[in-house]
Design a protein around this ligand. Structure first.
Ligand code: KIV
Length: 275
């Protein structure tokens, strides 16, 4: 079944968990789609996990379009959401619509995601008015890492929790079709989930959200260095990669690979004539 902005809302209404994972390339998108995720997020986290930057701030529209195109070709049923990179929508409502349009037209995404609450509602409304579904992103919004002073849990005081709830209502009123809640205390995320009619998709926001999202490198054990607390390691693909690559190196060195099985034949006569 094809997943859309409408089916995500229907899943919330039916109490069915929404399954989202990040992907940044064709092969991973094919596997996730085949496994049955509802939505694939081409996150600007690609800046860190694919391009090796320290944070998401250097990611460009060109980076996002390039990776979104690859994912869109692999996603047959999943709802593809592309992140709007830093400074592609904060600058003006006009820039927001033009850049959201590029992610749909050139990238093949079905929706865009942007970070922020009240301050980006004009952008959300204008993009939605252009018939592009928007997923909002509240809580720890990584593009604000410098303003937050680091990657920290958000909404822990009464005032901050109140602002988060108010932002959630505002992005819903502006027309967002779903909202990612990142690093928000579980009870606050549950309350927001109860109050909104659009689905909440949590990452480090407890089990009370309508769905969950993780960066796939984190949940498959491929992340270099520290894996964030919010991510559970569901498999150790990193160990599998290392084992396979080490076996390859040893086999080539020892002459155990390639064998006849992996080679192509030619008539001996031809070789003789060439000598
Ligand atoms: O960029 C990303 O991968 C994200 C998720 C962490 C939600 O925004």
């Amino acid at each position: 079944m094809k997943n859309t902005a409408v089916t995500l809302i229907q899943q919330k209404q039916a109490g069915e968990k929404i399954l989202m994972l990040t992907a940044y390339d064709y092969t991973t998108a094919c596997i996730e789609d085949e496994c049955g995720v509802n939505s694939i997020l081409v996150g600007d986290s690609l800046g860190m996990v694919m391009l090796g930057y320290e944070n998401t701030l250097p990611v460009t529209m060109e980076d996002m379009i390039h990776h979104t195109r690859a994912v869109s070709r692999g996603a047959k049923n999943a709802f593809v959401v592309a992140d709007m990179p830093f400074m592609s929508y904060q600058t003006s409502v006009y820039d927001a619509v033009v850049n959201a349009g590029r992610l749909i037209k050139e990238g093949g995404a079905h929706a865009v995601k942007l970070e922020g609450g009240a301050e980006v509602c004009d952008q959300i409304k204008a993009i939605v008015d252009s018939s592009i579904p928007v997923v909002a992103h509240l809580g720890l919004t990584p593009q604000s890492v410098n303003a937050f002073g680091g990657f920290k849990v958000q909404g822990k005081t009464f005032e901050k929790a109140k602002k988060l709830l108010s932002d959630a209502y505002k992005i819903q009123d502006a027309g967002a079709c779903a909202v990612v809640l990142e690093c928000v205390p579980a009870k606050l995320a549950s309350l927001i989930t109860e109050k909104l009619f659009i689905p909440t998709i949590g990452i480090g926001a407890g089990d009370g959200c309508d769905g969950q999202v993780l960066v796939y490198q984190d949940m498959l054990g491929l992340t270099q260095g520290h894996t964030p607390k919010l991510a559970k390691k569901f498999a150790d693909a990193g160990a599998l990669f290392r084992q396979g690559i080490t076996d390859y190196i040893n086999s080539v060195r020892d002459g155990a690979f390639p064998t006849e099985e992996h080679s192509f034949k030619i008539d001996d006569d031809i070789i003789e004539k060439l000598k």
